[in-house]
Design a protein around this ligand. Structure first.
Ligand SMILES: O=C(O)CCC(=O)C(=O)O
Length: 300
């Protein structure tokens, strides 16, 4: 659904001003939006997930391990599709106020796409280079949004999400380098002049929610603090926004209508999107691509 049509529906869980700010900036923070009841449940299943990675020695389709991970000190970079890992993650994605929030921003008919739990382990949690999300999973329009939940307090020291206000209105950047390697990163020299003045740190106390438009340029710094930054991200779109490439995080809930009705017609935005690699042949996660790109830059 296109933005002008979404605006015809009244909001339910945010104000008109908050929705207008999201459409103007491409991101939105809702401080302490999620109840303590949900936070407690989710923290419990997150601890269980970390514990279940303790004896792992290499990455697999579910876990991306953090450097230094070992049996005595398990450390994770990402849990792919937590919704498939424990029913509480799916309940949160499909039955909590996240669903009404998605409906306020995508229109009344909302579809689930995929999810990820990005940790930033104390002292080691990595930088995430500037990028736009939608080139990794193009859809027929630009309604998709990522809704992130900070499970712990997240200040600037923990490496919060950062976004460049208004960048979703600009062109899509290529997520390939000059040698056609997929790098999922935008070099700083390619950002529009004056971008520093439009940079926002999307911080908030535990329970805060951060919403990202799928075109907005965003990234995050390393976590140099002694505190963990767990960020649970669920991606939704309007029901009539159709993915046309393989889902990099394919999962059993892709396409489930979590609010409203399924679509009869697809919504089309004429602005094109460069195709990603064929993820059906495998997906290693963003950090590997970004690290390869940085290594190539240094050696050239
Ligand atoms: O975890 C982060 O800091 C960044 C996450 C992100 O931008 C993404 O997963 O697309």
């Amino acid at each position: 659904m296109l933005e002008a049509d979404v605006l015809k529906y009244p909001t339910k869980v945010i104000t008109n001003e908050q929705r207008a700010a999201f459409f103007a900036n491409g991101s939105l923070v809702l401080e302490s939006f999620v109840s303590n009841h949900w936070l407690k449940r989710l923290r419990h299943v997150v601890s269980e997930s970390i514990e279940s990675a303790r004896h792992m020695t290499e990455n697999n389709a579910v876990y991306l391990l953090e450097s230094g991970h070992c049996v005595d000190a398990p450390a994770l970079r990402r849990l792919n599709n937590p919704v498939c890992h424990h029913p509480d993650f799916w309940r949160f994605a499909s039955e909590s106020p996240m669903v009404e929030l998605a409906a306020d921003l995508c229109g009344p008919n909302v579809k689930f796409y995929h999810s990820k739990l990005n940790f930033k382990w104390p002292h080691v949690g990595h930088q995430f280079d500037w990028h736009q999300d939608i080139p990794a999973w193009p859809h027929t329009d630009y309604s998709p949004i990522s809704i992130g939940l900070y499970l712990e307090d997240c200040g600037v020291e923990q490496g919060p999400l950062m976004a460049i206000n208004g960048s979703h209105r600009g062109d899509l950047h290529s997520m390939y380098d000059n040698d056609r390697n997929w790098v999922l990163r935008i070099p700083e020299e390619d950002l529009e002049p004056g971008w520093q003045d439009r940079l926002v740190n999307l911080t908030g106390p535990a329970g805060s929610v951060v919403v990202l438009n799928c075109r907005v340029i965003h990234g995050s710094h390393q976590n140099s603090s002694p505190r963990m930054r767990p960020l649970l991200l669920n991606v939704y779109s309007s029901a009539d926004s159709m993915p046309y490439a393989f889902n990099p995080l394919a999962n059993q809930y892709e396409g489930v209508i979590v609010h409203g009705e399924p679509a009869r017609y697809a919504s089309h935005d004429p602005r094109g999107c460069e195709l990603p690699p064929d993820w059906s042949k495998g997906y290693v996660g963003p950090w590997q691509h970004q690290a390869n790109a940085q290594a190539n830059e240094k050696s050239s």
